[in-house]
Design a protein around this ligand. Structure first.
Ligand code: FDA
Length: 311
């Protein structure tokens, strides 16, 4: 029963993540801020860099993500591109080891492939000059094919400066993974966070977890510095065990987690000698990111409701 409630709540939250009216309500709710602050480092780049510095002190790497998706016009896509170029310089000037994560819809993918490509190319070119790294996040399945298309194109030009994300819940991912391993691309493997129909993605969590385990093993066997991005303790332990059995050195892969989730575990893994990178989102466009975090763990919603009743 609890499982059914979780599935329904997840679907509802992911649906609300796309609703403008729901966004207005959530933004106005008095206690939302409390929970948003758990998952989002702050509204400006200063807050993001301060978080990156604090993580660095604790032995954790980071990937900074300027929040935003689905730019509706060329002006906002261009502004996002400029903001990311500036961010690369700011990370470099601060002497921090962090890299960046970007979403192609924020750079104009809804306008056209070429709109997103222009900004992507400029960002990856600058990262390459600075010896930095750009990760292209993976969005909903309506964008998978075009995202991979643009990734192939940029990876051909800058093979060490850019990597991709693949989502285990998609049926297609085993095939995409083979291709990415073959081309030596750096892959971040995740379970997948969007609302997807059964025609493209496994509807049951067990199947997603099985695919995730299988794909992690494939990446540890033949991938190029893969990133295992999860807070799932059983899967973290499975990864550690498999790497040990197959003599995959800890320097050949990294774990990644989201800012605000599993802080103690992040530090413990780093202390054990694993590379641990924290994904640090910042900016004012936090709503869809925040709703996806609620959908992953509906207990977060109960937290809000409890706070509302208490106040
Ligand atoms: P799972 O959802 O099974 O959670 C395991 C445990 O982790 C839970 O029981 C809970 O304890 C804890 N946990 C998980 N989520 C939580 C939350 N929101 N709040 C509190 N506790 C939580 N997705 C995508 O589609 N495209 C992308 O580009 C990325 N990028 C990305 C980068 C990084 C660094 C990470 C860690 C994740 C992503 N994701 C993503 C999100 C990913 O697809 C997935 O939705 C989340 O990581 C949650 O899945 P878990 O693997 O943690 O397992």
């Amino acid at each position: 029963m609890a499982g059914v409630v979780r599935v329904v709540l997840r679907a509802a939250l992911l649906w609300l993540a796309e609703s403008v009216r729901a966004e207005e309500m959530v933004r106005r709710a008095p206690l939302t801020r409390l929970l948003v602050n758990r998952f989002v480092a702050g509204e400006d780049v200063g807050a993001a860099l301060a978080t990156a510095r604090a993580l660095d002190v604790r032995g954790l790497d980071c990937s900074l993500d300027l929040l935003g998706e689905n730019a509706a016009d060329e002006a906002s896509a261009a502004a996002a591109g400029q903001a990311y170029l500036a961010l690369l310089d700011q990370i470099q000037a601060a002497g921090l080891p962090g890299n960046i994560s970007i979403k192609l819809t924020m750079l104009g993918l809804d306008i056209s492939d070429e709109s997103a490509w222009e900004k992507l190319e400029a960002i990856v070119e600058r990262a390459d000059e600075l010896g930095m790294f750009v990760r292209i996040d993976m969005e909903g399945s309506e964008y998978t094919e075009r995202t991979l298309g643009l990734f192939r194109r940029i990876h051909d030009l800058y093979p060490t400066a850019v990597g991709i994300v693949l989502q285990s819940y998609l049926y297609r991912t085993d095939r995409d993974l083979d291709e990415m391993i073959e081309r030596g691309a750096r892959v971040r493997i995740v379970k997948g966070a969007y609302k997807e129909p059964e025609t493209v993605a496994y509807p049951h969590k067990n199947d997603v977890d099985d695919a995730f385990r299988r794909q992690i093993e494939r990446l540890l066997d033949g991938g190029t510095y893969p990133a295992i991005a999860t807070h799932d303790e059983a899967i973290i332990r499975m990864t550690q065990g498999y790497a040990l059995r197959m003599s995959v050195d800890r320097s050949r892969f990294e774990f990644q987690m989201l800012y605000g989730i599993g802080r103690g575990r992040q530090e413990a893994l780093a202390a054990e000698g694993y590379s641990m990178r924290v994904y640090v989102p910042y900016g004012t466009s936090w709503y869809p990111y925040f709703m996806r975090r609620l959908a992953e763990r509906p207990a977060n919603v109960l937290f809000i409701v409890r706070q509302l009743f208490r106040s």
